[in-house]
Write a protein that binds this ligand. Structure first.
Ligand code: IPM
Ligand code: MN
Length: 380
């Protein structure tokens, strides 16, 4: 279906990005066919693919297209081919530029343990069963963008590297507001994480979160935790958390940690959102939190479910298609329950024989995508 008024920019990127995106395309096509949910799709290159084509990790026209689209569906960027490129030309800069120019300050990273995957986690089932947390990572400020930054040579010839952690009150406030708003629709709990014991940005963060809570969200339960302690608590008793809000760098690290509670980095989607404009529309980019995984790229081994679930988040947050988002999420859940597993989800299983004995079926990227489409057919 075309002429849908839903404009989507697809940026598969590098490594396993294009492979997992191909599986999502099957579901996009299915939605057009079976649910009359069509998109006007543009596609472009980013990251290493853009370096190869244009000599830059992203070009202005791509950024413009992203600004105009209703949503951007992103794969992953980076790989050994471009590792030795100068800092400003690294594939990752393409993604960082998009986040910054689109002002996507709120990064939603849900970590949910599907019942079928309880045994795939390296943690004991009784610790992770039923886990459903939402990490809100600030995405456009902090040490990722603070000035001054760079490597310089000191008078004595020794080199020095500087990165700057900085936050304004407004930047902290707007991301904390997103966390409180989401908590209201969930279990009503926010845990704000920083290191107010050693960092000024942490002191300000805690003050602003506390103030905003007092002014507008006193019905939500707010706690504060040092980010290191939170990293520990995530492993000790993760279910104590509902919504976690934290800065750009801590959020990057804590969300990778949280992904392992769910069994695999290959399961976690994310939504990066800007502020709503006058019409209520917010710029948005959806991406799995896993990277380009160059070691398995091109081998048909990658797990497409994080990209699939990112697409489901897009349906929900950018297009208010909750029913369709539920459908995709249910299909993922059912396919896992039926025993389909990409290699990453079998990490703790000794061999194929053990897997088979447990009713698990080892599949590649495409088979997993096909299984989702088949399950969607069965569901409607
Ligand atoms: C992520 C990634 C990115 C980040 C990289 C690819 C720039 O690790 O989205 O978590 O560090 O933010
Ligand atoms: Mn990361």
């Amino acid at each position: 279906m075309t002429g849908s008024n839903r404009n989507l920019l697809v940026l598969p990127g590098d490594g396993i990005g294009p492979e997992v995106m191909n599986e999502v395309r099957k579901v996009i096509a299915w939605m057009g066919r079976k649910r009359a949910v069509g998109f006007d799709i543009k596609e472009d290159v980013v990251g290493g693919a853009a370096l190869d084509k244009h000599g830059a990790p992203i070009v202005g026209a791509t950024v413009d297209a992203a600004m105009e689209a209703d949503a951007v569906l992103f794969g992953s960027v980076g790989g050994p081919k471009w590792d030795s490129f100068p800092f400003e030309k690294k594939p990752e800069r393409g993604l960082l530029r998009l986040r910054k120019e689109m002002d996507l300050f709120a990064n939603l990273r849900p970590a949910k343990v599907f019942d079928a995957l309880v045994d795939a986690s390296t943690l004991k089932p009784e610790i992770v069963k039923g886990l459903d947390i939402m990490i809100i990572r600030e995405l456009t400020s902090g040490v990722y963008f603070g000035e001054p930054r760079g490597i310089t040579t000191l008078a004595g010839g020794e080199r020095e590297a500087i990165d700057t952690q900085r936050y304004t009150e407004g930047e902290i406030r707007r991301v904390c507001a997103v966390a409180f708003d989401l908590a209201l629709k969930r279990k009503n709990k926010v845990c704000s994480a920083e290191k107010a014991n050693v960092m000024h940005t942490g002191v300000l963060w805690r003050e602003v979160a506390t103030q905003l809570h007092k002014e507008h969200y006193s019905d939500v339960e707010l706690t504060h935790m040092y980010a290191d302690a939170l990293a520990m608590q995530l492993l000790r008793s993760p279910r104590q958390f509902d919504v976690i809000v934290t800065d750009n760098l801590f959020g990057d690290i804590l969300s990778d940690e949280a992904s392992m509670l769910t069994g695999s980095l290959g399961m976690l989607p994310s939504a990066s959102l800007g502020a709503p404009d006058a019409t209520g529309r917010r710029k948005a980019l959806y991406e799995p939190i896993h990277g380009s995984a160059p070691d398995i790229a091109g081998k048909g081994l990658a797990n497409p479910l994080a990209e699939m679930l990112s697409y489901a988040m897009m349906l929900r947050y950018s297009f208010d298609l909750d029913g369709e988002a539920d459908l995709v999420e249910r299909a993922v859940e059912n396919v896992l329950t039926a025993g389909y597993r990409t290699a990453d989800l079998l990490a703790g299983v000794a061999d194929d024989k053990t897997a088979a004995a447990r009713g698990l079926k080892k599949v590649g990227t495409q088979e997993m995508g096909d299984a989702i489409v088949k399950e969607l057919d069965r569901l409607v």
